[in-house]
Design a protein around this ligand. Structure first.
Ligand code: SF4
Length: 298
């Protein structure tokens, strides 16, 4: 069994910077993080050990500390201002590429476009994006396009972690439905997301099994899983090496490994190490004996 790690995988600079800033703030004094800093349970546990508390961006009563942190997913200006006005020191770890999406949407609105956001309506990044623009319509599936109103100018941005092919497909569908409107799309899918999606294409070409490492509520991790599964590839999503089941790899020849943008390097290293062990076990043990030992262990 060969194990191939995607050329681009794992933690992006936006998450790394947010972690660093939050870590420093938590060491400086009591801190409340307004939401899940990144969609990674290991990181959550680490922040708890530093004494960081969890608050709710929507609830000004959810933080008893002076310092509060906005997560890498960003927030609306309205929320940011509300926390400032309530007397808190706001540590803003919004990723610069999420900020670019906010700026793109603001520019479209200022130029008179009806705002449309491609993404998951309940995702914290999308809620932040539309928070200052109540007229914005969020779409994710073609069936959502009925909600896009007729308007002479439609201005579209995307959640940063959506696969760009999905965004482009929806933009085309909007153009077809609104052929009398000017439709303008600003591509705000972030570069690290695009790199990880493209690197997965390489794995899909060369591998017969795919392992995706990342939090179960991480959008970009889910997108990697969905892409591999849609390709008909046996695909396993795990949060850490302890979830690897050797029996799953009995028929694997080339296993591709990738990880979402909030996955720690240590987690990727741990998974690679465990996969190498499994590969060695499979090499030295006849399959029927291997399966018997698995059943026995279970
Ligand atoms: S996934 Fe993209 S937008 Fe999100 S934190 Fe990373 S670089 Fe920034």
């Amino acid at each position: 069994m060969n194990i191939i790690l995607a050329q681009y995988h794992g933690m992006c600079f936006g998450v790394r910077d947010a972690l660093r800033t939050t870590h420093t703030a938590a060491q400086r004094g009591p801190l409340t993080i307004l939401g899940q800093l990144v969609h990674n349970p290991l990181v959550d546990r680490h922040l708890v050990t530093l004494g960081a508390q969890r608050g709710d961006l929507d609830d000004l009563n959810s933080a008893s500390t002076q310092q509060v942190a906005i997560t890498a997913h960003g927030a609306s200006d309205r929320h940011r201002q509300a926390w400032h006005s309530a007397g808190h020191t706001v540590i803003d770890t919004t990723c610069p590429l999420v900020r670019k999406a906010h700026q793109a949407l603001a520019m479209l609105v200022n130029e008179g476009y009806q705002p449309v956001v491609i993404g998951q309506s309940q995702h914290v990044e999308v809620r932040g994006l539309i928070g200052d623009f109540p007229a914005a319509v969020v779409v994710l599936e073609e069936s959502d396009l009925e909600r896009v109103p007729t308007h002479p100018r439609l201005g579209i941005v995307s959640q940063t972690t959506q696969p760009v092919e999905i965004a482009l497909r929806l933009v085309d569908a909007i153009k077809r439905r609104h052929h009398n409107s000017e439709v303008r799309f600003i591509d705000t899918v972030c570069h690290p997301t695009k790199q990880r999606q493209t690197a997965l294409d390489d794995l899909l070409r060369d591998c017969d099994h795919i392992v995706v490492i990342g939090g179960r509520n991480s959008n970009n991790t889910r997108q990697l899983v969905q892409k591999a599964a849609a390709h008909g590839m046996p695909t396993l999503q795990i949060e850490g090496p302890e979830e690897l089941d050797p029996a799953w790899f009995c028929e694997a020849r080339n296993v591709g490994v990738t990880a979402g943008t909030s996955t720690l390097d240590e987690t990727v290293d741990g998974v690679m190490q465990r996969l190498r062990q499994i590969a060695a076990e499979l090499r030295t043990t006849p399959v029927h004996e291997f399966l018997r030992s698995m059943l026995h262990a279970a």
